[in-house]
Design a binder for this molecule. Structure first.
Ligand code: ZN
Length: 157
């Protein structure tokens, strides 16, 4: 089985045309196809895209970050959070792992805090302008590790 490593740059807009995110200049995103590193709805078009040609990719919410789930909004006692200062908009990682879910503070009232664990882009259709910059066969260590190595990919200490 062969796997590919793709490097691409992108600009992400919402349905109103507002820019939500963009890959840093000279720092394309590099990922191993099939590793789950990027959303499914963007990965498949990138696999088939010609090199060095900007293309628009529209990804519906269900193939991007899914729909918002009200059950992922929770109100808890403020003292359960190990921080002194707390304000609306703050974000926390819920575990040590850097892939652990991120929760956002959406309300602070007296000694209660409301946290939203939905992905900030949940429920949104995403409008990408993407350009594939390179595409190569994955090395055996990349396949073994389940991620891309090198610039834009994973770096080991
Ligand atoms: Zn690795």
């Amino acid at each position: 089985m062969s796997s590919q490593v793709i490097s691409f740059s992108y600009m992400l807009r919402d349905r109103h045309g507002e820019i939500l995110d963009t890959s840093p200049e000279d720092a394309p995103v590099t990922f191993l196809v099939g590793s789950g590193a990027i959303i499914e709805g963007l990965e498949s078009p990138l696999v088939g895209m010609p090199l060095h040609e900007k293309q628009e990719v529209i990804v519906e919410a269900k193939r991007a970050y899914g729909f918002r789930d009200e059950k992922m909004i929770q109100t808890i006692e403020r003292k359960l959070l190990p921080v002194d200062e707390l304000k609306v908009g703050d974000q926390f990682q819920t575990g040590e792992d850097h892939h652990a879910p991120i929760v956002r503070v959406i309300a602070v009232e007296d000694d209660m805090v409301t946290l939203d664990a939905n992905h900030p882009l949940a429920g949104q259709d995403l409008f990408f302008e993407a350009e594939v910059l390179s595409r190569r066969e994955a090395t055996s260590s990349e396949i073994e590790h389940g991620h891309a190595h090198g610039p834009g990919g994973h770096h080991h200490e």
